[in-house]
Write a protein of this length. Structure first.
Length: 198
């Protein structure tokens, strides 16, 4: 009869996220993961399959958390579409300027691995498309509501905001202050065309 697990899977994955964010995939060793998670080598391999499999689980968990928070803000029922975009950008400046932004493995993993790892590249593409779709939904609503120009290119703007926010993530990891990130976010909003004067 197998022995019951003596660890909480979510806690192990969260600890792995922290290590991969700090050290990157290439810089993380099995010993680093064992130390961070408290698992023995056999338990790590039996339960998670090894470093790569645990990394992919960590990447998925980290990204799912960030995307879920974004979707929650962008779909808030009590605010206008543009207010929801502003709120999402503001929440991102807070997250990205926090001392330990442990949920932010996505950009680091994409830059390190996407050009040589088809699985990570495919995952990144799916996430980029999902993020763009969320922005596009808000922008379409803003067009319909008259908050922005009716002929605004919502597809291009959606991709633009994905690019801006991922750039903010990189700046945040490099130590940019909250004020700098907020400036980037609110400057980006100026790219959205306003309704044409009657």
């Amino acid at each position: 009869m197998p022995r019951p697990r003596k660890f909480v899977e979510e806690d192990v994955i969260a600890a792995a996220v922290a290590v991969f964010v700090s050290e990157g995939y290439g810089g993380t060793t099995i010993e680093d993961l064992l130390k961070a998670t408290g698992l023995g080598k056999q338990s790590l391999y039996t339960s998670f399959g090894g470093k790569r499999q645990l990394f992919l689980r960590a990447l998925d968990a980290s990204t799912t958390d960030v995307v879920s928070r974004m979707k929650e803000t962008l779909n808030a029922p009590s605010a206008t579409p543009m207010d929801r975009i502003r709120a999402q950008l503001e929440s991102l400046t807070v997250l990205l300027s926090s001392p330990e932004p442990m949920g932010l493995l996505f950009a680091k993993a994409t830059m390190e691995l996407a050009d040589r790892d088809a699985e990570v590249a495919g995952f990144a593409d799916d996430v980029f498309r999902s993020l763009a779709a969320e922005y596009r939904g808000c922008l379409v609503e803003a067009c319909v509501d008259g908050e922005i120009a009716a002929d605004a290119d919502v597809d291009a703007l959606a991709v633009y905001f994905v690019a801006v926010t991922r750039g903010m993530e990189i700046l945040g990891r490099a130590g940019a202050t909250r004020e700098v990130l907020r400036t980037v976010a609110y400057t980006a909003l100026q790219a959205i065309p306003l309704p044409h004067a009657a």
